[in-house]
Design a binder for this molecule. Structure first.
Ligand code: CAA
Length: 282
């Protein structure tokens, strides 16, 4: 199957990064938001990233203009009708996804693939509310999506091998390295990353070391680009909480139980970098 046109649902941090990546790779890309201010904010973030890349000599002015011409913002899901592949990157809320998937199934052409960027929700359930579960799988990007090289392809018990092969080719065409994971909560990366991040929060709760020393230890001791608290703020404390809850829900392993401090920070609006305050202030 040949992929020409991509739809991205959601132009937040992840959806915007994914739309940017697709347009940069040469695909006609439509990205949809629920209202004009959110769409404007998302598109501006993408334009700013391209301007920075131009300033750094990574893109020419001509390439920036071409990228801009390939990227189309919309408020209307109907604009996805002729897309070959749609990537869902809305909030990590299953009810929202279970409304979206049948709507996409209804309006897309029969051959189109529907992918979810979910970081830990059940993709099988999303496929089950469509009439094309064989054409539904996960394609999980990492933040910042235009920079991080990995994508996880998440194959459900219904995803066909043909779909996996097409998505693998598509991922490579974006300049990403795909790995294949089964549809189990957390897939590969979050199954390993979330307990590490939660352990750092527990260390802080128990006064075992300071925030700065824990961050420094993991940066300089293990060569990680960011310490756990910088990464928590970068990923978003709400996103981390949702991922932890989803994995805990599936396995009931104490390792994945959200620490009280994380829940309280999210409840008080401390979401990390995006809200101006998390473990650090911005
Ligand atoms: N578009 C294009 N380029 C971008 C960009 C964007 N949106 N954002 C950053 N970049 C580029 C920068 O321009 C810069 O390019 P140069 O090296 O050519 O100058 C490069 O990326 C690195 O950025 P910075 O110089 O600003 O900063 P840095 O060197 O400190 O790297 C980082 C930043 C890439 C984020 C690095 O700190 C890092 O890899 N951190 C770890 C991130 C991580 O672990 N992400 C996964 C989180 S888990 C997740 O996302 C999954 C989930 O479900 C929760």
């Amino acid at each position: 199957m040949t992929i020409h046109k991509i739809g991205v649902v959601g132009c937040g941090l992840m959806g915007g990064g994914i739309a940017q990546t697709c347009a940069q790779a040469g695909y006609e890309t439509v990205v949809r938001e629920i209202n004009q201010p959110l769409l404007d904010k998302g598109i501006t973030r993408i334009y700013d990233a391209w301007d920075t890349m131009e300033r750094k000599g990574k893109l020419t002015a001509g390439q920036v203009a071409e990228n801009r011409a390939r990227l189309h913002g919309t408020l209307d899901l109907e604009d996805f009708a002729d897309c070959d592949l749609v990537i869902e990157a809305v909030l990590e809320n299953m009810e929202e996804k279970l409304r979206l998937f049948p709507a996409l199934d209804h309006l897309l052409k029969p051959t189109a693939l529907i992918l979810s960027n979910t970081s830990s929700l059940n993709v099988t359930q999303m496929g089950a509310v469509t009439k094309r579960p064989d054409k539904v799988c996960g394609l999980h990007f990492f933040n910042p999506a235009p920079v991080m090289k990995l994508v996880e392809i998440v194959q459900t018990i219904n995803t066909s091998e043909e779909t996996v092969a097409t998505v693998r080719e598509f991922a490579l065409s974006l300049g990403k390295m795909p790995v294949l994971a089964k549809d189990t909560a957390g897939f590969i990366v979050n199954f390993l990353l979330i307990p590490y991040l939660l352990a750092a929060i527990r260390m802080l709760e128990h006064g075992m070391a300071s925030r700065d020393d824990i961050d420094t230890a993991m940066k300089l001791g293990c060569g990680y680009p960011m310490g756990p608290f910088t990464l928590l703020d970068y990923v978003g404390l709400d996103t981390t909480l949702w991922a932890a809850e989803a994995i805990y829900e599936e396995y009931k392993e104490p390792l994945y139980a959200p620490p009280p401090l994380l829940r309280r920070m999210v409840l008080s609006g401390m979401l990390g970098k995006k809200s101006g305050r998390g473990f650090y202030e911005y």
